[in-house]
Design a protein. Sequence first.
Length: 118
Amino acid sequence: MYGAADLRLVRQIRALQEVGFGLEETRPFVECLRAGHEEGDTCPASLGGYRRKLTEMDALVAQVLAARARVAAQLARAEEAVRALAGAAPPEPGCALAPVPPVPATPTAEETRHAGHH
């Protein structure tokens, strides 16, 4: 059977993994709990773990924002090109198709019966 200390370890590890910590990155928090602290993030090494993770996350956010800026710039260039070529470009393939004529309505059985009585 597991005790309260084991349950705290598992909860701490899961909570950290839910926000992006790898198993190895949870070590300082686990060691803090095993040292007798009530919380796994009250030791200096745990605080360092948080700082390292935030630095890593900040770098990832910067990469995503830079990629987003590149995509936005490409979209702006493409939209400008479309506006510049609006009259000169051939129609898009979907627009060049001939319209499909409407399908004539098939009379219902009731309409067919009434048509024969006139």
